[in-house]
Write a protein that binds this ligand. Structure first.
Ligand code: DAH
Length: 342
């Protein structure tokens, strides 16, 4: 009886080993497991029935079938590990990232040259203790002209080619109205710098309907023309280089008295005269002057007490002179070939 059982168990094992060899994947292995050690398998049924066997056979039968079950279980486990290993390798292969592929270039944006120069100039003045002031682009006639000593019948108005929104509202033609707005709400001493867009009805190589200006204003007791000269010489040298000569030329602005225009020596011909400087050897960079005492009445200041100077310059013009750009319109056309040069 024991012999018979032992033989059957041995046969079961050798049949299992043969079948195990032939298993091709995890699914087949699962079927094999059910067949040999599942609930209805010969081995498990035998183990269940051990209790019914005669006492002298029980221990040997138990030992044999248990070791057979262990053998089968470990065989299955080993195979399972093997198949899972293959599965993992395949997954790794599928998900493999080839790091040797060249990357894709991402185009990077950067600050427009107008903003760069504006910030550069602002930094120069912040370094001297100036504060930043702001004003609206849609202005009233009062701040843009009237309070800047330019009444309705003033001939200087015709130079401005104004965009009117209504009779008394317009797009500011310069950043100078910020001077009046700031004076109204502050008392001297004051040192401000204000940049922003200005608008005029004009369009050619040296004019665009929108452009950028930067404005400065200093008011305190005892401010004189010497302070103006010193400040603007520093500005010209910082922006254009220390080797450039600076010249102050008498001019006229309604809101300053006396008024000047400031020139730097032409870098192309070093002052000899060329096409860029129209033969003069000088390039005009800004307008300036001592604040006309008339303006103080709009702010409630006493002209006997305080004095000051102001200046205004076009940023695009500064860029054109600094980089030798001949057409102002290039700044606003967004041609990458132009923009990327800075
Ligand atoms: N606002 C003038 C313009 O647009 C420039 C200017 C000249 C501003 C003299 C000033 C100044 O503050 O004092 O042409």
């Amino acid at each position: 009886m024991t012999d018979q059982l032992e033989k059957k168990i041995e046969l079961e094992i050798s049949s299992f080993e043969k079948d195990l060899e032939a298993v091709k994947d995890l699914q087949e292995l699962e079927k094999l497991k059910t067949r040999y050690i599942g609930k209805k398998s010969f081995l498990i049924k035998t183990l269940k029935n051990i209790g019914t066997l005669p006492d002298d056979i029980k221990p040997i039968a138990g030992k044999k079938s248990n070791s057979a079950r262990n053998r089968i279980e470990s065989g299955i486990l080993q195979k399972e590990k093997y198949f899972k290993g293959i599965q993992y390798e395949n997954k790794l292969k599928e998900e493999h990232i080839d790091l040797s592929l060249p990357g894709r270039m991402v185009r990077q944006g950067r600050k427009n040259i107008i903003s760069q120069i504006t910030e550069e100039i602002e930094e120069i003045f912040i370094g001297m203790g100036f504060e930043i002031a702001e004003g609206p682009e849609v202005e009233t006639d009062y701040y843009n002209f009237e309070a800047l000593n330019t009444p309705a019948d003033h001939p200087a108005r015709s130079l401005h080619d104004t965009f009117f929104i209504s009779e008394n509202t317009l797009l500011r033609t310069h950043t100078s109205p910020v001077q009046i707005r700031y004076m109204e709400s502050h008392i001297p001493p004051l040192m401000i710098i204000s940049s922003g867009k200005a608008y005029r009805k004009d369009y050619d190589v040296s004019h665009t309907p929108m452009f950028t200006q930067i404005e400065g204003l200093v008011i305190d007791k005892g401010i004189n023309f010497g302070n103006l000269k010193w400040t603007l010489e520093i500005l010209a040298h910082e922006v254009f280089g220390k080797e450039r000569k600076v010249r102050f030329r008498p001019h006229y602005f309604p809101f300053t008295e006396p008024s000047v225009e400031v020139d730097v020596s032409c870098h192309i011909c070093s002052g000899k005269g060329c096409r860029v400087c129209s033969g003069s050897g000088w390039l005009e960079i800004l307008g300036s002057g001592m604040v006309d005492p008339n303006l103080y009445k709009y702010a409630g200041y006493d002209p006997e007490e305080v004095s000051g100077f102001a200046f205004g310059m076009g940023i695009e013009r500064v860029c054109m002179l600094k980089y030798g750009i001949e057409d102002l319109r290039l700044f606003f056309e967004n041609d990458l070939r132009f923009i990327e040069q800075f």
